[in-house]
Design a protein around this ligand. Structure first.
Ligand SMILES: [Zn+2]
Length: 320
């Protein structure tokens, strides 16, 4: 266990050093923060109903080249926001040290990676992209040609009305999301989806736009490489209250909706993927709105032990 811990620590340190900046995994990232101000979500009073109101996307904000692209294509922004998870592999290094790749972990672990397969020499492409428990972060990415085969449109409210890519999720995650939103509603908590699935191509477009704008070195500090955004799994989604306020923004933290999610999401197989205080482990700042489906068993264990998905895997081999 120690060694594992050490390795992890080392990896984390590397990530921090390199990445330097922790940005929002959802993309909102820069947007999110900048977004706060920028996002004038003003008009959005009724997101739930939203008729195409793109505005919701914090992404709209500034910088997002992606935003531009998106709008051009008709999809309102596909939220650029989600755009990106930033930070991706910061330059180089983060990874390798990672325990998972090392495989020493034993096979109980769902996670297995093919070293060096990623675009970034220091990152790895996972061998189990279809696993509901797959670990995707700044070190572990999805294969370039990966596309979930079972994407569906969950029957839950979203902050926009269009049937576009970011409204989709993998079937199992979508069903769990429906159960969770229904349960929240019974408790008087009205949730809405903000941004779910994002294709590799979309992430690639977003990243390339950032590169054109700021150069690759800088873009890497705040935008995820295609393949390294958890939204590409179809298992993660950014949520907000049905009014769309604070969608993918820091101000979502502390709201009744955020508190309900933190307390009950695990009952439906979801976890708050980037918890407060775990930034040095996940590589991302606290994102109370970004939830990830991992299945009820793992979600319950993670919640009970108050750990992250990264820690969950490290613990597997040592937890007797
Ligand atoms: Zn997200």
């Amino acid at each position: 266990m120690k060694s594992t811990g050490v390795m992890r620590g080392t990896g984390v340190a590397a990530v921090l050093l390199l990445g330097a900046v922790l940005m929002a995994a959802c993309g909102g990232s820069n947007d999110a923060s900048g977004g706060n101000g920028a996002s004038n979500q003003t008009g959005i009073t009724d997101p739930a109903v939203a008729s195409g109101n793109t505005s919701l996307d914090s992404s709209a904000s500034s910088t997002d080249a992606a935003g531009a692209e998106a709008s051009a294509s008709g999809a309102p922004e596909a939220s650029a926001s989600d755009a990106e998870s930033s930070g991706s592999a910061g330059t180089a290094e983060p990874a390798v040290a990672s325990p998972e790749s090392a495989g020493d972990s034993g096979q109980s672990q769902p996670q297995q990676a093919v070293e060096g397969a990623g675009q970034n020499p220091d990152t790895s492409v996972v061998a189990n992209p279809d696993s509901a428990a797959v670990l995707i972060n700044k070190q572990f990415g999805l294969p370039e040609d990966y596309e979930p085969a079972d994407l569906v449109y969950p029957d839950v409210p979203f902050t926009f009305s269009e049937k576009i890519e970011k409204r989709m999720m993998r079937k199992e995650a979508a069903a769990a999301l429906e159960d969770m939103f229904a349960a929240a509603k019974k408790d008087g908590i009205y949730l809405a989806g903000v941004s779910g699935y994002r294709s590799y191509e979309r992430q690639k477009t977003i990243f390339e736009n950032y590169v054109k704008k700021d150069g690759e070195e800088k873009a890497r500090t705040y935008s995820a490489y295609p393949g390294y955004s958890e939204h590409e799994t179809g298992l993660a989604i950014d949520v907000s209250g049905s009014d769309g306020k604070c969608a993918a923004e820091d101000c979502f933290g502390g709201t009744p909706e955020a508190e309900w999610i933190a307390e009950h999401a695990p009952e439906y197989g979801y976890i708050v993927r980037y918890p407060e205080g775990k930034e040095d482990i996940t590589g991302y700042k606290y994102e109370p709105w970004h939830i990830r489906y991992v299945g009820k068993e793992i979600a319950a264990d993670i919640a009970k032990r108050n750990i992250t998905l990264e820690e969950y895997y490290d613990a597997v081999p040592v937890s007797k």
